[in-house]
Design a protein around this ligand. Structure first.
Ligand SMILES: C[C@H](O)CC(=O)SCCNC(=O)CCNC(=O)[C@H](O)C(C)(C)COP(=O)(O)OP(=O)(O)OC[C@H]1O[C@@H](n2cnc3c(N)ncnc32)[C@H](O)[C@@H]1OP(=O)(O)O
Ligand SMILES: NC(=O)c1ccc[n+]([C@@H]2O[C@H](COP(=O)([O-])OP(=O)(O)OC[C@H]3O[C@@H](n4cnc5c(N)ncnc54)[C@H](O)[C@@H]3O)[C@@H](O)[C@H]2O)c1
Length: 310
């Protein structure tokens, strides 16, 4: 029987592939930003994690500590002392800040993982473009927005690209490296090398909606929500069906809760606006309702399912 086993790849500073990037500034300390900060620090890079919210930064540091311990338990199962050192050294490489401009002044790479909203991302990158050193590469972890559109507000369009990670970042092995129409070969090459240095298998994609994974995954999740909304099957049964019938590690509704229903809605709304005739991107009343009620999935304790608040 084929076994689906989640593999955590171990990349300590000594085993990591060398990257030209030494100082990484990660903006947005939520689900994704905290994971990106973790894998960068594990790989021996100096990280500044920025968020507008001090609460988010405190939560991020706590979850990074917990997740590093999970990694250490496996990597150093016969040497807990080394494991503890790995956790402390990695944590020690992560500084936190609330001023994105200040935090970008010493960055070789800025990875943005803030809310999926083009206006907010524009405001941020425009500000950073004026203060970050000229060699600094800017990257967005956007799930669904166009890299070219995000880059339109900066002068350094040749040093702008997409670095699309997957949730949970420390576990998911893929990184989609997105070339915008003006991303230079040197920037692309550095992004690919950096991706490898933080332990990911990199694929290259053009700047098309959803790149590869989300162009396939988001319509699938949305169809599952519509199926549930129509009452064709219960949430539990839809999820069991895809886990046992298709071998997915999570069912689509569990996955929607895991990704965040707000993020799912941002993606769908953006694509619907751009492609109003595409049936797959039509708004879903049930998704709208849950988001309006603040039921965003695992992160708020309720979505399609209820979760214990951490
Ligand atoms: C929308 C966006 O733009 C794009 C996206 O991100 S789409 C979403 C992509 N992600 C997915 O599809 C996730 C699908 N789900 C899964 O792969 C798995 O359910 C899962 C990895 C999340 C959890 O796996 P599961 O076996 O149910 O739970 P669990 O036993 O807690 O974890 C499995 C392993 O991962 C480790 N792990 C889980 N989360 C971790 C984390 N955040 N950090 C470090 N390690 C972690 C655990 O320690 C465990 O390791 P072990 O098997 O060696 O003991
Ligand atoms: N959730 C996923 O599974 C997933 C996967 C891949 C990519 N993404 C993308 O990553 C980005 C972040 O998603 P997330 O799920 O981590 O969101 P999240 O809501 O968990 O975290 C976003 C964080 O950004 C902070 N923030 C908002 N505006 C800011 C600003 N101007 N400056 C600094 N911090 C700011 C918020 O306080 C919050 O802590 C989005 O673009 C999303 O589409 C999400």
């Amino acid at each position: 029987m084929m076994q689906f086993k989640v593999i955590v790849r171990n990349f300590s500073s000594s085993s990591a592939m060398q990257s030209a990037i030494k100082n990484v500034t990660v903006i947005g300390g939520g689900l994704m930003g905290s994971g990106i900060a973790q894998v960068s620090a594990q790989a021996g890079q100096n990280v500044t994690l920025v968020d507008v919210s001090n609460d988010a930064l405190a939560k991020a540091k706590k979850s990074i500590g917990t997740n590093l311990s999970r990694v250490a338990k496996k990597m150093y199962k016969d040497n807990p002392q080394e494991g503890e050192k790995f956790v402390n050294d990695s944590l020690g490489r992560i500084n936190t800040a609330t001023d994105a401009a200040e935090a970008s002044k010493s960055a070789d790479l800025v990875v943005e993982a803030i809310v999926e909203n083009i206006g907010v991302k524009h405001k941020l990158f425009k500000q950073l473009d004026g203060v970050a050193p000229s060699h600094t590469i800017f990257a967005s972890n956007t799930s669904s927005l166009s890299i070219n559109e995000i880059a339109s507000v900066v002068k350094r369009k040749d040093k702008f690209g997409g670095l699309h990670f997957f949730n949970p970042v420390p576990v998911m092995r893929l990184l989609e490296v997105v070339k915008g129409s003006e991303t230079s070969e040197a920037t692309y090459k550095t992004m690919m090398e950096w991706g490898k240095s933080v332990g990911k298998t990199c694929i290259t994609c053009k700047d098309t909606p959803g790149f590869v994974v989300n162009r396939l995954l988001v319509p699938y999740i949305c169809e599952a929500i519509r199926l549930y909304e129509r009452g064709d099957a219960s949430a539990r049964d839809i999820d069991i069906a895809m886990k046992l019938g298709a071998g997915y590690p999570m069912g689509p509704l569990e996955l929607a809760d895991y990704v965040g229903l707000d993020t799912n809605k941002f993606i769908l709304d953006g694509w619907h606006k751009k492609f109003p005739d595409q049936q797959l991107f039509k708004p879903i009343p049930l998704l709208e309702k849950l988001v309006a009620e603040g039921k965003l999935g695992v992160k708020t304790g309720e979505g399609f399912y209820k979760y214990e608040k951490k």
